[in-house]
Design a protein around this ligand. Structure first.
Ligand SMILES: [Mn+2]
Length: 318
């Protein structure tokens, strides 16, 4: 299994690893993240993580830490406050497309496979604020232009229903699959973020099944939360059964991609927090193995809420 987590989490509880007055670079954060037991990969934000260090410096630090780079995630700053691929200022829209292409090139240069696109600002806050059809068409054409220029690289779309916009343009699994289908290229897929799915009141395992049946499952962002906000707390801490079901479907569809913990430890030691997430994932995976895929398949076929609760109880008491 490939495990990764948020590099920026390693700015937290700074004094446990760095002198309090040290200004942290990406290379410093890589040094700290490399102390996590069980971590295999690093994911970097573009352009954010390349402001103080060059791609070569980052590459060297990651190799020196005995880790690999899985990919790059786009982080659009306030230049794009009024939209990335749907910005009505043509110059800003072109810049969003150009920066995305740069991110893919950096990903390629660093030996990563997947560039994840989250469009924070493509959405709306008011009625009559957005021409929906035009915005949709602009998003399809931008993604098509980007993905067709790099056919050997994975481009993964991460949806989120709202925040920072009141409504995202593409905010759920169904719309994301429609978008990807309209883009019509084999190297475009979907990243499922557990909190984002909860915010949309999706059942996460169902979203796995829908993306997998279209062969578009490209990335996992795992965490947990209380549904209304992107809490980013530890895996399984609130929705344990839904996390177990999610991992069951990941196994059922032979998901071999990156398991990335998109959590925001602040009051926890981020090293211990990440190790705990890895342990929880492995423990739930082992519980499924022990129960047997066939036995769970049988449980699903019975469609019995009572038997599902007994399964939970048996797992606790085992
Ligand atoms: Mn995420």
């Amino acid at each position: 299994m490939m495990f990764s987590t948020r590099l920026n989490s390693f700015k937290a509880q700074k004094g446990l690893f760095f002198p309090e007055d040290q200004e942290l670079t990406t290379v410093d954060l890589i040094r700290r993240i490399s102390t996590v037991n069980g971590l295999t990969h690093i994911e970097l934000n573009y352009p954010e993580h390349f402001k103080k260090n060059t791609p070569d410096e980052v590459k060297e630090a990651v190799a020196g830490a005995g880790l690999e780079i899985s990919g790059i995630a786009l982080r659009f700053d306030d230049t794009y406050l009024n939209g990335e691929f749907t910005n009505s200022n043509e110059e800003i829209r072109s810049q969003a497309i150009r920066v995305t292409k740069e991110a893919i090139e950096v990903c390629q240069q660093l030996g990563g496979t997947t560039t994840t696109i989250w469009l924070a600002n493509d959405g709306f806050d008011y009625s009559f604020q957005l021409d929906y059809e035009q915005a949709w068409n602009q998003t399809v054409s931008a993604l098509r232009e980007i993905a067709s220029a790099y056919p050997s690289m994975n481009i993964s779309f991460e949806y989120k229903p709202y925040e920072p916009r009141s409504f995202s343009l593409v905010g759920d699994i169904g719309l994301s699959l429609l978008l990807v289908e309209e883009v019509g290229l084999p190297n475009v897929g979907i990243t499922l973020d557990f909190c984002h799915m909860l915010m949309k009141k999706e059942n996460p395992a169902y979203s796995v099944a829908l993306a997998a049946r279209k062969n578009r499952l490209m990335g996992f962002h795992l965490n947990d939360g209380y549904k209304d906000a992107d809490d980013g707390i530890m895996l399984g801490s609130v929705h344990l059964m839904q996390t177990l079901e999610f991992i069951y479907y990941a196994k059922k569809y032979n998901y071999t991609g990156l398991i990335y913990f998109d959590t925001f430890p602040k009051r926890e030691d981020p090293v211990a927090e990440c190790e705990q997430n890895i342990r929880i994932y492995q423990a739930l995976d082992a519980l499924i193995e022990k129960t047997g895929m066939d036995a769970i398949e049988q449980l699903i076929r019975e469609k019995s809420g009572v038997k599902v609760q007994q399964f939970l109880l048996d797992a606790f008491l085992a």
